[in-house]
Each structure stands twice: as C-alpha cells, then as structure tokens.
Write a protein that binds this ligand. Structure first.
Ligand code: MTE
Ligand code: HPA
Ligand code: MOS
Length: 771
C-alpha cells in the first residue's frame, strides 16, 4: 500500500475549494444574461413609459408620437397580448399594462427600438392621460383605510391573559424598515423566437420554471413552447424569486410581436423604482415576564407593508410569525399578522423572508425586559432559550435545541465575552463622548419552504463515454455557491475528480417543474436529487465493472477516477465505454422530496420545517455621542452548518449574510416622498454597507461535530440564517446608547429605537435617554 492509499483519497465533499466561478467573478470573464446580447443580431431594446402617479386611472394612451422617433419599431400595449396580460405569481393582480396605476413609476407601455437611446426617446413621446386617485403610502394609512392584501393570520398557544398578571409587563411598538436587494446585476432578460416555433429566453431568474409559466400565460401558449435558461445571476437575494418574470414576459411578448430578439435590462434606477423590496413592518406587543426574566406570555400583532400586489407576502408573514420566537420558548403566545396594501412596489422575498422582522421584535422585547429587570441582556436571552424537548408555538418539536446552549457557551468563550464586557465597562467609564457596546444574540432559523409542495428537487445527470459528466438540476446559481457544492456532491458520488464534472446552466428543457432556488434549500433539494441520479448510475456501472474486473459487485470501489476490485483497477472512462457497448444507459434522473413536513394555515399548527439551523454572534460597536456615528469593532460568529460541503463557500455566505443584515439594521434606509416616489432610489441616496462597515476583526467559525442526519452529506443550509446574526449589532448599539446614561448606582435606561439604527436614530436615542 502506498502512503496515499493508506490515507485514502482526498475527499471532495468537505474540501475547501474556491467557488467554481471565483476567477470569472473577479476577472469579469463570468458571463451574465445581458452579456449575451451581442450574439443576437437585429436585437431590439425595450424601455417603459412610466406613470407619474402612485395611484391613478389611465384615461388614454397615445403611442403615435413615439413611432415618429427614428429607429423606434413599435410600442407594446395591452392590445398586443395574445394570452393573459398578468404576471402575478400568487393572484392575478399584476397587469402588464394596467388601466389603474398602482405605484409610482409603474410601466403602462413599453417602447421598442433599435437602440436603448431611441427607445427612451420614444417613451418620452408617448402621451398618457391620468385621473389621479388618492394613494395609501404607509402602514398606518393602510390600517386606517382597512386596506389589506391578506390576513389576519394567527398562531396561538396557551393563555395570553397571563400577560396582565406577570411581575413585569412590557408593551410597545416597533417600526422596522425594508431593504433594497441591490444585487449587482439588475433584472435582465433576453428573448427570441427559436427555430422550431418556440420562444427561448435567457433570464436572470431564481425560478426558471415560474418564469416559463408566466411567459406561456402571457403568450397564451402551452409551456412546452417556452424554454427559459438561467446562466447565473449576479445576485438574487430573493429579488428574482418571483420578480424576474415580468421583464422576461415583456421581452418574450416583444419578440413574439416583432419576430426580433429583444433585450430588457433595468438600469439601477429603474430597478430600484420598479421592483419590490424587503417588507417594512409595524409590530405592537404586550409581553409578560416573571421576575427572573422568563417570558410568560406574549401578545403580538404584525403588519407588513406588502405594496400593491400580493406576491409572496402571505408566506413571508407566516415566516415572521414562525420566527417571532427566535430561539426562545414562548409559553403562551397569540401572534396575528396582516399584510397591508399600499401604493408602492410589490414587496417581496429578501434573504430571511420575513424571519428577520419577527426575530428583531422578540429581541427588542427581551432587551427592554432586561433593562427593566436590571438583568444583563445575555442572561435574559439564555434563560429563555428552548431546551431539548420543547415545542414551538406552531407545534413543531424544536429538535437540536441543545445546540443553542452549546453554541452560546462556546462562543462566549472563544469571543472572550466576559473579559471584553469588563473591558467595555472600563473603557466607557473613562470616555464621556465615545461609548462602546457589546451584545451576543442567537439565531434559530427554520429550513424548508413553508408551502410544503415546493420542497422537491430534480436532476438530470449525463455521463459520456469518455467518463466526463454533465450535471443538470433545478437550482440556480446566484453567487451563493450552489453549483460549487453540487459539483462536489456529484464528483464525490461518482468517484471522479471535480474537473470531470461540468455544471450546466439551469434550463427548463433539461429539468422541468422546478421550485425557486430559495428558502436556503438549494443544496438540500438539488444536491440530494443529483446524488440520487449519481447513485443510480454508479449502481449500473458497478455491475459492468464487476464483469471487467472479474470480481463480485460488492467488491467494486470507484474513487479518484479509478474503478477497483479483485486487486485490479481500470479507469472510470473505460467502464463508461464498456457500459455503452453493453447497452447500459449512462444517464439518470434524480429526485428528492423532503420527508415529514406539513403545515395547516387554518390552525396555525404543523411541522413546517425539516430542521432548524442555529448560530450566535457577538458584536462590539463604538458610538459617537455628537453624531450617532458608529463603527463595528469586532464580530465573532459561531454557526451550525452541519458538516460543511464547501467550507470556503459557507464562510462567504456567513460573512456576506451578516454584512447584508448589518446593512439592513444600521445603514440602509428606504424613504418614500409624499407622492409615493422612492426618495432613496439610487446608489447615491441609498446607503449600502461597504468596506467601511466590515468589522475591524471578523471571526467566523463552524460548530464542530454537527452532522445533520437526513440531509445530503450531513450538511445544513447556510444561505439566509447568518443574516439574522446581525441583530447582535443592533443590540450592541442599544448597549452603547444605554452606556451614555450610566451613572453611579442608577439603573440603566430602557433604550428603544426603530430600525434601521442609522446614526441619526442613534443620535436621537442618546438625546432621549441621556439626561
Ligand atoms: N449569496 C449570494 N452571493 N447571492 C445571492 O443572491 N441569495 C441568498 C443566499 N445567499 C444570495 C446568496 C438567498 S435569499 C437565498 S434563499 C439563498 O442564498 C439561496 O441559495 P441556496 O438555497 O442555494 O442557499
Ligand atoms: N422561503 C423562501 N421563498 C419562498 C418560501 C419560503 O418559505 N415560500 C415560498 N417561497
Ligand atoms: Mo431567498 S429570500 O429565500 O430567495
């Protein structure tokens, strides 16, 4: 045996390999949808005619002046729709060409021209007359007008009358701002008529099958005539789960009408004006605590600002209600959720999908109770943790709850929490104008689509006679590293090196009827489906190899591209060639459905999640008394990713997710003006986290020995959960603001502020709490 044999082959699953497109991402070689336009001669460009009102009736539309502009080809209106002119994913409430305009900038027609400039010039010439109607622009307005898209939804357990008899009552209201996705690649689609009477599209979509469905609906054709491909996305973050389809529909409709290839790509400002965001929320709560800080009962009402149409708002509200416990055992709870209808863009999925809003609320409540009871915030959190055997308020046993305490204890140690608490206190005692704050917060996140039927994955794996492999599956790559992980899974399952495995762009004609790549479940679903396909192929190849090697099939091993047994080995490719000649198929479809999950919205009870992920973060901030400006000094994270399939990818997801969460909670501030126009509608007015928001010290670790049974490779989802660890930044800011009020012997002030905790809000919080 050689030394290498003794050690065994280097495992591919679990190896720290770079993202499969890392080099392409940084050199610019990686192609995105809109990079392909040069391949389509005669391509037309589309530009919308935009409504100047948030709510209005469209009285007339005169497109003739646009047609006088040179190189303008045509103007798309409702008269051009052969099928159903509505792209709504949940309800038919998103007309492509509305008679009643429902948000500021809503497109009412699209101009097609040979260049983008000409299309824009044409759009400026279209004459539209409107009758302005009153617009509802805030959650409070919507409540006052009874304007709801959905709800109330409810989850109840126990007797919340207990609130009034508790030693401590905390009541209040919290406003939580939305968030722009700011994917680097804006919404884009390219459509053309193919050679066999079909419509083909490149689309930057998280959900190619739904984009196909919407295009087919608009064109009035069966879905088999529409093929959608997603090469990769320059970020989706939930913003392309449903909201990629309208642009694809416009491109397809225009190609249908003109017979030319058509490109739709939103500019940054158009994208920000036209596409949905994370839902802003209003929460009202009444919570009762025992003297020791344990939460006894909670009454909670949540209102989300859904914008003009339903989109995913129902599922998002359910996820908020599922996550209003975060990591804490709610003994008695009554949570009610409403989706408000406002004249704004239709708010949509954004990393965390409503979970973050629910979790921010419970952390706010615990922080206030801690201050009022004179307990350290970390103590009250720990005292309320789920313990093994506990059940969530929606009736699901909280399996793995013991990981919460483990993570908490480990992270406190590795982050040196107690010593730094003392250090922060000492620093603050000597620093009147700069104060530091320190906080540790946990995060538990439920994995699975809450609509059970979405929890399925499909794959098509093709092995060629030379032993090279193409993998197709239903998931899309948006930078999160799904393709990197699936490649590792396929190479591991087939026993070949990763460079023998090619991941193909996602296409609806390779794998049909797929789910969105969302809910952090891309690898769990598609990775398992690919593994299923690979195992079938390996079973067949094993039989063939046993014949070649003249050994029992149970002796055959395939690894590192070699097939061994009976003391001999042959190259993988030779076995593939032999299989072909023996008329054994070298391809297989794979399928996976998540077992054991169900949920009944009528009762608010069930088992909606296959499992929970757990994590915790410690954040330390420094706040300037005179400006409210703050900086992140240090962040320590311990996250449960199961057995990491791809540790570099997972680390990237944790770091990126955390910073995106910190952006949402501390710098990104969506503002609409009195007309319903997005006032922070470009990169110059909407502040994003960047290098200056990255903590000076950033320590990320995975929970060791964390194998998750029943999930592909024992791994756990990682895409969304780390975002919610950024709540530790919000809580560290609260700690720092309170420190401005520290005086000898005096109780700490109860500090409250809405989200995001921008410097301005932090400044006013200091003013409010410091005498
Ligand atoms: N990471 C990158 N780089 N870009 C993205 O768009 N989207 C996030 C997360 N991480 C996203 C990302 C969201 S909202 C989800 S649901 C998951 O990735 C989806 O991918 P997964 O299911 O493969 O984790
Ligand atoms: N998460 C993300 N996207 C979704 C979900 C969910 O739970 N349900 C439907 N789309
Ligand atoms: Mo992610 S918000 O589930 O696309």
């Amino acid at each position: 045996m050689t030394a290498r044999d003794a050690r065994g082959p280097v495992p591919i699953v679990g190896a720290a390999v770079p993202h499969e497109s890392a080099a392409g991402h940084v050199t610019g070689a990686a192609l995105y949808t809109d990079d392909l336009l040069a391949r389509y001669p005669g391509l037309l460009h589309a530009w919308p005619v935009l409504s100047p009102h948030a709510h209005a009736r469209l009285l007339s539309l005169d497109t003739a002046p646009a047609l006088e502009v040179p190189r303008v080809v045509t103007v798309l209106t409702s008269a051009d729709v052969p099928g159903e002119g509505d792209t709504g994913p949940a309800r038919r409430d998103e007309p492509l060409f509305p008679d009643e305009v429902m948000f500021h900038h809503q497109p009412v027609a699209w101009v097609l021209a040979e260049t983008l400039d000409d299309a824009q010039r044409g759009a400026a010439r279209v004459i539209a007359e409107y009758e302005e109607l009153p617009a509802i622009l805030t959650i409070d307005d919507a409540i006052a007008h009874d304007a709801y898209l959905a709800g109330p939804f409810r989850i109840t357990r126990g007797d919340v009358g207990a609130v009034e008899t508790c030693a401590l009552q905390c009541t209040g209201e919290l406003r939580i701002g939305g968030q722009e996705h700011f994917y680097l690649e804006t919404q884009a689609a390219l459509a053309w008529l193919d050679e066999t009477d079909g419509v083909a599209l490149h689309s930057s979509t998280q959900h190619p099958s739904e984009t196909q469905e919407v295009v087919a609906r608009v064109l009035g054709v069966p879905r088999h005539r529409v093929t959608v491909e997603c090469l990769r996305m320059g970020g989706g973050f939930g913003g392309k789960e449903t909201q990629a389809s309208a642009w694809a529909a416009i491109a397809a409709l225009a190609a249908w009408k003109t017979k030319c290839p058509v490109r739709v790509r939103l500019t940054r400002q158009l994208d920000m004006a036209l596409t949905g965001k994370r839902h802003p929320y209003l929460a009202r709560y009444e919570a009762g605590f025992a003297k020791d800080g344990t939460l006894q009962a909670l009454r909670l009402s949540l209102w989300s600002d859904g914008g003009y149409s339903l989109d995913l708002s129902t599922a998002i509200m359910w996820r908020s209600m599922f996550h209003c416990d975060n990591a804490y055992h709610l003994r008695a709870v009554d949570v009610v959720g409403y989706v408000c209808r406002t004249h704004k863009t239709s708010q949509t999925a954004l990393r965390g999908f409503g979970g973050p809003q629910g979790m921010v609320v419970i952390e706010e409540i615990l922080a206030q109770a801690a201050a009022r009871l004179g307990l350290p915030a970390d103590t009250i959190r720990e005292r309320n943790f789920y313990r093994p055997g506990d059940t969530s308020h929606y009736g699901q046993p909280v399996e793995g709850a013991e990981r919460l305490a483990t993570i908490w204890t480990m992270l406190k140690e590795t982050s040196d929490f107690d010593r730094r608490r003392a250090e922060v206190t000492a620093f603050n005692a000597g620093s009147p104008h700069l104060k530091r704050g320190l906080a540790i917060t946990p995060a538990k996140f439920g994995i699975s689509f809450t609509a059970t039927f979405y929890n399925q994955g499909s794959a098509l794996v093709l092995v060629y006679r030379d032993g090279s492999v193409q993998v197709n599956h239903g998931g899309t790559e948006m930078g999160q590293g799904l393709f990197t992980k699936v490649r590792q899974i396929a190479a591991g399952a087939l026993g070949v090196s990763a460079d023998r495995v090619r991941l193909m762009p996602t296409r609806t004609d390779k794998v049909p009827n797929t789910s969105a790549t969302a809910a952090s479940s891309g690898t769990d679903l598609n990775g398992a489906a690919v593994e299923d396909a690979c195992r079938q192929i390996i079973a067949r190849l094993t039989t063939v190899a046993a014949g070649i090697l003249e050994c029992d099939p149970s002796m055959v091993r395939i690894s590192s591209g070699l097939v061994s047994g009976g003391g001999r080995s042959v190259p993988f490719a030779d076995v593939c060639e032999a299989a072909y000649h023996a008329r054994v198929p070298l391809f297989a479809q794979g399928f996976y459905r998540t077992p054991g999950i169900h949920f009944d919205p009528a009762t608010g009870q069930g088992h909606p999640f296959y499992y929970f992920t757990y994590g915790a973060a410690v954040s330390e901030v420094e706040v300037d008394r005179f400006t409210g400006a703050h900086r992140l000094r240090r962040v320590d994270i311990l996250q449960d990713v199961g057995d990491a399939i791809s540790p570099i990818v997972d680390r990237g997801q944790i770091e990126g997710g955390f910073i995106q969460g910190a952006g949402w909670l501390t710098v990104e501030d969506l503002l609409w003006d009195g007309e319903g126009r997005l006032a922070t509608g470009s990169a110059s007015t909407y502040k994003l986290p960047s290098w200056s928001e990255v903590p000076e010290r950033f320590e990320v670790a995975f929970l060791p020995r964390a194998t998750q049974p029943g999930v592909v490779s024992g791994s756990k989802a990682v895409g969304e959960p780390p975002l919610m660890l950024a709540i530790s930044v919000r809580e560290a800011l609260r700690d720092a603001v309170a420190a401005f009020g520290d005086r000898n012997g005096a109780a700490r002030p109860v500090v409250t502020f809405d989200s995001p905790a921008t410097p301005e809000r932090v400044f006013f919080a200091i003013q409010a709490h410091v005498r």
